[in-house]
Design a binder for this molecule. Structure first.
Ligand code: SF4
Length: 266
């Protein structure tokens, strides 16, 4: 907490980022040197994520591909969407901030999905998952259950500006009909040189001192509730921003394989 008469150090960071698809538009970010939670980095890194995706899409379009994703097609929103831990806290904060009626409606959808997952034995399987390869298999089982994301309304994302990195980073360039059965069809997506979901998951693992993990979006509210102790941790703002930039643009990121999702224990 900063007292009213204390001045806050603000660092202006000029960002010039080279990617395999070209340079991102230069940006200047003002970072206050106050204690910040990891969730504070999500909005600026959503902007970086969007910039990377735009360049990657342009590359594919120049090669003759067409991006099939469009408003009103929510087929991929029944997938087991992985979140980095800070994104689970970010979405839980958002849901908590909503008017009671809206909040309860969303929580009810989350509860219904969890109950169905329990009934079909998927919760138990998620708890026992050891190999990241199993995540793919369970992802297929989950998709076949046909459970739309709690935020999907009229086949559109009701939290579009806040949607997770994974949703932003999933852009299909194969015919949209193939998305109806992504297990048996070869669904092609735009390759992106840097995943901000991965960067955030890596940074969370390092700073929270936990294994590298992703959280299924459908279980994120309960997970966030159970792990609030991590959510409250803070680091000096400038250090945190520079650390995330280092991870997000570092060499090791491309080789990441998402770790096993950690479901809530309840
Ligand atoms: S957050 Fe939005 S885009 Fe992502 S799965 Fe849910 S409805 Fe779809």
């Amino acid at each position: 907490m900063v007292a009213a008469n204390e001045s806050v150090e603000i660092k202006i960071i000029a960002l010039t980022i080279e990617t395999p698809d070209g340079q991102l538009p230069p940006a200047r970010v003002q970072v206050p040197n106050i204690p910040l939670r990891l969730t504070s980095l999500i909005i600026p890194f959503q902007q970086l994520c969007d910039g990377l995706i735009e360049l990657a899409k342009q590359r594919e379009v120049q090669k003759g591909a067409k991006v099939s994703c469009q408003k009103g097609c929510g087929v991929c929103c029944s997938q087991l969407v992985p979140l980095s831990p800070p994104e689970a806290f970010y979405l839980a904060d958002y849901v908590r901030s909503l008017p009671p009626e809206r909040k309860e409606a969303l929580e009810k959808r989350f509860r219904a999905i969890k109950e169905t997952m329990k009934d079909r034995g998927l919760m138990e399987k998620l708890e026992k998952i050891e190999d990241p390869g199993e995540h793919k298999v369970l992802g297929g089982e989950y998709f076949q259950m046909g459970l739309p994301c709690p935020f999907l309304e009229d086949n559109s994302c009701s939290i579009y500006p806040r949607r997770p990195f994974s949703c932003r980073e999933y852009n299909v360039i194969s015919p949209s009909e193939l998305c109806q059965d992504p297990i048996n069809n070869e669904v092609k997506t735009v390759w992106i040189p840097r995943s901000m979901m991965v960067a955030m998951a890596r940074l969370a693992a390092e700073l929270y001192q936990v294994p590298l993990m992703t959280i299924p979006l459908a279980l994120s509210l309960d997970w966030a509730e159970e792990h609030q102790v991590f959510s409250k941790r803070t680091w000096p703002g400038i250090w945190l921003f520079e650390k995330m930039m280092e991870v997000a643009t570092g060499d090791k990121l491309e080789n990441f394989i998402p770790g096993a999702p950690i479901p809530p224990r309840k």
